[in-house]
Design a protein around this ligand. Sequence first.
Ligand code: OSB
Ligand code: MG
Length: 365
Amino acid sequence: MKIERVELLHVAIPLVSPFRTSFGTMTTKDTFLLRVVTDAAEGWSEFAADPEPLYCSEFVGAAELVLDQHLVPRVTPEVTAAEVQARTHAIKGHQLAKATLETAILDAELRSYGMSIGTFLGATAAKVPAGVSVGIKNSIPELLADVEGYLAEGYARIKLKIEPGWDVEPVRAVRERFGDVLLQVDANTAYTLADAEHLRRLDEFDLLLVEQPLEEDDIRGHALLAQRIRTPICLDESITSAKDAATAIALDACRVINIKPARVGGYLEARRIHDVAVAHGIPVWCGGMLETGIGRGPNLALAALPGFVLPGDVSASRRYFAEDVTEPFELKDGFMHVPTGPGIGIEPIPETLKRFTTATNVLYS
Ligand code: OSB
Ligand code: MG
């Protein structure tokens, strides 16, 4: 496939409400979309991280630079999606930037065959149960009101963001008020092994899992923590490849894996992680990064693979945005439908995209 043009479009889309985690508060989805024009078709993707490197080391400015100077030059003038990883392997790290490039190329390629990404990846479900990630709130009543609203909308699972000072009490309050809903927590690396006894207090609430309690490079710490708490440990930030997944599983550092295609360099590696996990009997679920419809569509396709046995952070567009750059994805009876059109099955609405675009950078033409 000949690459004819690569464009990077900066977008800023207001969130319906601030999203607070242990690492910061987001009020706007401030990122970029990538548009790749080939001789066969056009493809789209979305960079998943933020302007600041708080979730991981990558951020918008660095991703734009590494795509421009190091990644795009390695895939032009001709490439297939399956070749992108090997072509860019010499460039250390930058998984989220690499995922953006691979996904736009994959989208174009699949569109040229008229094949959906779900079919390509091996999706076996037409719809997937949706969970919702609930940020840290100013008070327990505020949290309970939000959770009540999400449950009323039909979400199949609740994930509470936690940090020291906002953990046992919010979990207790949600359990007491809403009974045995599927419930899990996400610490985004906010604890240390010295907090093991404190984290053990979460055991009484029968959580599905605790996500990424310790720092991302602390695989051994997670293995030690796993021996001291009953709640299953799920890794997010720590897993950047299928090799990482194999290591974490072999060292008993996790019993569940959150697969975010962006974090692992794209959908091809995400599928490999799924396969490694399935081979070891490790359940997986699809994570999210507050994506626009451009990232949400292909995430839904991935979440439809058979090893995704837990509800993912694949909520409806309106949970994040009053208006998205694509047609909104909607929740129906607690499920999200997997797009069936060619490629990622969704594209920006030109007029809407134009309104949300703050700058455009042509990386190749
Ligand atoms: O850790 O899963 C995370 C959002 C941004 C960055 C990291 C995370 C999250 C979420 C929200 O938890 C998931 C979503 O609904 O997209
Ligand atoms: Mg997480």
